[in-house]
Design a protein around this ligand. Structure first.
Ligand code: SF4
Ligand code: SF4
Length: 389
């Protein structure tokens, strides 16, 4: 409770809150939400639809926490309040599909399989699903442990793909395996489960704990240097939030740090990639928690992507937010589309931002940074030239 009473109402959190920016109402700002959480705890207000709207329209982006001079952990208060809130049908549906992402993507595949079924996606509550159809829904990668060995490996790294990569953009995992092998690491891809972030965001803490324990058990069973994930939300969740949920986190490595240990020169480059004017979109979790954007940009520059500028700010996806508040999600996305108009290529470390951008900007080259690195390295190899590490 202390933090709730300590807030000085300075408003630094409100300035950068993407939710406040679209709702333009104090009670939809971080400090407004904190005030409501406190009022609820002190029985000044009753839980009802109006309160739920304000608590569930937070994107859990962490921008407020990062800007707060008192480091008030706003998201934690939001998580706790959501956990205590009575859930309706929509949240249970969201929970079910978060627990069984394979089923969710199979249903989506089915709906997309015929004109008649596809028309169902025009029902108001389902229109948010259109963004997933921009990328082909693919079969999940093999459902068993895969090992990509090296003769004398520098170490062993496990991959945590995350659901969006696993079901919608699996070539990102393929690129990561290739890069890690090129850096001489043995790579392990265990059977993949959701990290649990969607469940916690919907207020299902016990279910999120179940997934945290399942993932901890899996990844602890390998003798590994650490885990690499291609999703900054998963990275933050399994490294940091698991500590709160399950008492310990999974050690997460950053691919840019691995490149630091190598001196490399590139003799051949993919011109279509390196000569593009690129924006690196630092997603909310990348910017506010994982803080990997600057390091990644440095690696991309070293590999030849010279014209690259860092951009930041919410893309409007935020999982549950885009489901419950599709209009506002699209409003946030539209602003980004205008801002990114001048770039030929958009690179990000977040698969969900990529899905948003692929949906809204079909004419642009939109890649995960591991895909860009992979393309540059592969081109060098195809041309028969040496890439020295
Ligand atoms: S920045 Fe921190 S102290 Fe200032 S209003 Fe927001 S939560 Fe309160
Ligand atoms: S986490 Fe993001 S959306 Fe939620 S209150 Fe903080 S800044 Fe606003």
């Amino acid at each position: 409770m202390d933090f709730l009473t300590e807030c000085t109402k300075c408003g630094k959190c409100k300035e950068i809150c993407p939710s406040y920016e679209v709702f333009l109402n104090e009670s939809f700002s971080p400090r407004g939400r904190l005030r409501l959480v406190r009022a609820l705890a002190e029985n000044e207000v009753m839980s009802g639809n109006a309160l739920k709207q304000r608590i569930f329209s937070c994107l859990l982006c962490g921008a407020c926490e990062n800007n707060c001079p008192l480091n008030i952990d706003v998201c934690n208060f939001i998580y706790k309040t959501r956990a205590k809130t009575k859930k309706g049908f929509l949240l249970y549906l969201f929970k079910y599909f978060s627990f069984y992402p394979g089923l969710f993507f199979s249903v989506l595949q089915l709906l997309n399989s015929s004109k008649h079924l596809k028309s169902l996606l025009n029902y108001p509550r389902l229109t948010f699903l259109h963004r997933f159809l921009t990328v082909p829904v693919k079969q999940k990668q093999q459902d068993f442990l895969q090992v990509y060995t090296k003769l004398k490996p520098a170490g062993r790294i496990a991959i945590f793909s995350g659901c969006s990569v696993n079901y919608l953009l699996p070539s990102i995992t393929g690129s990561l395996i290739y890069i890690l092998n090129r850096l001489n690491f043995e790579v392990i891809v265990p059977k993949q489960y959701c990290c649990g972030a969607p469940l916690l965001s919907a207020g299902f803490k016990k279910d999120a704990i179940k997934l945290a324990k399942k993932n901890l058990k899996t990844y602890k069973s390998f003798n590994i240097e650490g885990v690499i994930t291609t999703c900054p939300t998963c990275a933050h969740f399994i490294a940091n939030v698991y500590k709160e949920l399950a008492g310990e986190g999974i050690s997460v490595l950053n691919i840019a740090d691995l490149f630091e240990d190598f001196n490399f020169s590139i003799n051949s480059q993919d011109k279509a990639i390196v000569e593009s004017s690129a924006f690196f979109h630092a997603s909310c979790h990348s910017l506010n928690y994982v803080k990997d954007a600057d390091k990644t940009i440095k690696v991309l520059k070293k590999l030849g992507v010279a014209d690259i500028k860092k951009k930041q700010g919410c893309c409007g996806f935020a999982g549950l937010f885009s489901f419950l508040f599709e209009k506002q999600s699209m409003d946030i996305l539209r602003k980004k589309v205008l801002e990114y108009e001048t770039a030929d290529m958009i690179i990000s470390s977040c698969p969900n931002c990529l899905i948003q951008f692929k949906f809204a900007m079909k004419d642009k080259k939109i890649f995960h940074y591991v895909e860009v690195i992979n393309k540059i390295l592969l081109k060098g190899e195809k041309d028969g030239r040496t890439i020295k590490f």
